[in-house]
Ligand binder design. Structure first.
Ligand SMILES: [Fe+2]
Length: 386
């Protein structure tokens, strides 16, 4: 089997790495970046500190802070205008998954035009696109290292998965200091997202030995540090470990794939505006329980890496222990069921057929160890509602 592997050309990892962002961009021969971020990071002063490092390196940045959580096709219009007005030669995505995903979409649309709907999976987008530099402020999406962006179609409320090297950042600057002020809920949601990336990359039908190593390393690290970071956000060692693991998990799934949890999670986020990591968490134990019988050895490896099973446990026992460990993790991180989260049962039931159809259309369920039917996906939605 030949695996095609894609990674950012440059990755700088470590506390304080963002101080050198200007040099990273200048070394790439770029001079007019559009810094794409959100109002929150402008309010904290973080965007200005980043802009200052760019100016110190002699660059001409422009700030665009109009990104929104779960970016929509409509939300990209103002960014595209800023990109053109500035004559940008590059795009810096600064923030959580949403600003980074917005930056990636702008980088492509700025060169090729059209509508993001034209670029959705299964199309593989090879470019051309402007170079993207990614600076994450959460330890979760892994978007800094992936060839994936997720944009919601404003017309249909569908979260569209868009793939291809055009969306792979040229450089990623991964600085855990930027995550120190994340509140506990965001720490939990983004951390579970990273764990989901790692486990799904490992059990995916597209897994390969390269993605496997990154995935298992991330699972181990997250198992040791996520509860710590959630309990005490000032635990710098835990923050740093989670940040590295999130990037590794991003590299893993970008070079393998995600699977059924993500396939089912995107429609929940789109229709009920549940944070991405939280909608993953609502599904993760039940979808894993549904899937383990088809790949007990792979799930068992994840269980052992997570610290949920011993090397001497049988694969079947270890895989079952993984399901229990995910339930315990969701409990400890105060993950609600969709019902407890306040989602209306009638709306959930009414939208379930559409969500199942959208999940399947994203292609992610086809990478799952058990490839589900639409009926099985509907049953899983009903089961997790609780
Ligand atoms: Fe994710």
């Amino acid at each position: 089997m030949v695996a095609g592997l894609s990674l950012p050309r440059i990755v700088r990892v470590g506390r304080g790495a963002a101080e050198d962002l200007g040099d990273v961009v200048a070394d790439l021969g770029l001079s007019r970046p559009l810094l794409v971020t959100d109002a929150f990071l402008v309010g904290t002063g973080a965007a200005e500190r980043l802009t200052a490092t760019l100016r110190r390196a002699g660059l001409h940045p422009r700030l665009f802070s109009g990104t929104v959580p779960d970016p929509t096709t409509d939300s990209l219009a103002a960014g595209l205008e800023a990109l053109r007005e500035h004559g940008a030669d590059s795009v810096i995505g600064f923030g959580g998954g949403s600003p980074m995903d917005s930056a990636k979409a702008l980088a492509l649309l700025g060169v090729q035009g059209g509508h993001m709907r034209d670029y959705r999976a299964p199309r593989v987008n090879r470019g051309p696109a402007l170079p993207v530099i990614a600076v994450p402020t959460t330890a979760g999406s892994g978007s800094e290292a992936t060839q994936v962006t997720v944009i919601t179609d404003s017309g249909t409320d569908e979260k569209m998965l868009c793939l291809g090297p055009a969306f792979l950042p040229l450089a990623a600057v991964v600085d855990a200091d930027l995550t120190m002020s994340m509140p506990p809920r965001l720490t939990a949601d983004t951390g579970i997202d990273a764990l989901t990336h790692a486990v799904e990359a490992y059990v995916s039908r597209k897994a390969n030995p390269f993605s496997d190593g990154l995935a298992l390393a991330a699972v181990t690290t997250i198992g040791r540090h996520l509860r710590r970071a959630y309990a005490d956000g000032s635990d710098a060692a835990a923050r740093e470990a989670m940040m590295l693991a999130a990037t590794q998990a991003g590299m893993a799934f970008s070079n393998s794939s995600v699977a059924l949890v993500h396939g089912m999670s995107r429609p929940i986020g789109a229709h009920f505006h549940v944070a991405h990591g939280l909608s993953n968490a609502m599904l993760f134990p039940a979808v894993t329980a549904f899937s383990v019988h088809a790949a007990p050895g792979r799930y068992a490896d994840c269980a052992r890496a997570l610290g949920a099973a011993a090397a001497t446990d049988s694969d079947d026992a270890a895989a079952a222990a993984l399901v229990d460990a995910l339930r315990a993790l969701c409990h400890d991180l105060d993950v609600p069921t969709p019902r407890a989260h306040g989602i209306d049962p009638d709306a959930w039931a009414r939208l379930t057929p559409l969500m199942a159809e959208q999940a399947l259309r994203s292609g992610s369920p086809a990478n799952n160890p058990v490839v589900p039917t639409a009926d099985q996906i509907r049953e899983l939605y009903a089961r997790v509602y609780a």
